[in-house]
Ligand binder design. Structure first.
Ligand code: SF4
Length: 203
C-alpha cells in the first residue's frame, strides 16, 4: 500500500484519539486540494499492508482515519487494512474518498464492498473549492457523511457540533496541519496545540 504519512495521535478528523493514515495517489486534482503532495503515486512508499499494520497496531488509538490521496484506488490493500482493524476490534474507521458512494457501489468490487460494509463512517465526494464548508469533517458542502455503524453516530454528531479543529503536529523541521482548514488556523500555531471553536481543552 502506498502510504504518504501516518500520524498519531490526532483529534481533528474524528472522535477520540485517532491514528491518521494518508495514502498517496489520486487522479482528481481538485482545485484547492489540501494535500496536493499526496496526489502522486509513489512506488518508493509502497509497503506490505501486513507490515504497516504490524507497525501501528500497538499504538493506543481508539479510531482510525484513512485519507489521501484516494484510498479506494488501492482498494485491495485498503480492504486488507480494514480487515486487520476489524479483527482487532478497532471498528471506528473513517474513510475519506473523492468518489461518490454510488460510484463505489456500482463497481461491484468485493474489496470495495468489504470496506463499505465494515467501516464506521464514509465522507464522500470531491472537494469543490466554490462550495467551501465550515465543518470539522468535510471541506465542501457537496461532500456527504454516511454513518454505517449507528453505535458511533451520536458521538460523531456531538463532535461535529463542537466545530472545526486542527492538530498541529511537529515532525522534524516541519509542522503538519491536520484537519479541515479554517480561516486563520496557521496563525494559531504555536499559540495553541489544538484549536476547537468551542472548547479550549484538547480531547
Ligand atoms: S479527491 Fe481529495 S486528495 Fe484527491 S485531489 Fe480531490 S481533495 Fe485532493
Amino acid at each position: 500500500m502506498q502510504i504518504g504519512k501516518i500520524l498519531f495521535p490526532i483529534s481533528s478528523l474524528g472522535i477520540g484519539m485517532r491514528i491518521g493514515i494518508w495514502v498517496t495517489g489520486c487522479l482528481r486534482n481538485c482545485k484547492g486540494c489540501a494535500n496536493p503532495e499526496l496526489q502522486y503515486f509513489d512506488k518508493s512508499k509502497d509497503a506490505p499492508v501486513d507490515d504497516i499494520y504490524a507497525a501501528i497496531k500497538d499504538y493506543p488509538f481508539t479510531g482510525v482515519t484513512i485519507s489521501g490521496g484516494e484510498p479506494f484506488l488501492q482498494a485491495k490493500d485498503l480492504a486488507i487494512l480494514v480487515r486487520h482493524l476489524v479483527e482487532d476490534d478497532k471498528e471506528d474507521i473513517l474513510v475519506f474518498t473523492g468518489f461518490l458512494l454510488e460510484e463505489l457501489q456500482s463497481k461491484h468490487d468485493p474489496d470495495i464492498d468489504y470496506v463499505l460494509s465494515h467501516i464506521a463512517v464514509l465522507v464522500d465526494g470531491p472537494f469543490i473549492e466554490s462550495k467551501l464548508d465550515k465543518h470539522p469533517l468535510r471541506g465542501s458542502t457537496n461532500q456527504r457523511l454516511y454513518f454505517f455503524k449507528k453505535e458511533y453516530q451520536k458521538a460523531y454528531e456531538d463532535y461535529i457540533a463542537d466545530g472545526q479543529r486542527i492538530d498541529y503536529i511537529p515532525v522534524g523541521d516541519e509542522v503538519h496541519f491536520i484537519g479541515i482548514p479554517f480561516e486563520g488556523f496557521r496563525e494559531l500555531y504555536p499559540k495553541v496545540n489544538i484549536r476547537d471553536s468551542k472548547k479550549e481543552d484538547p480531547v
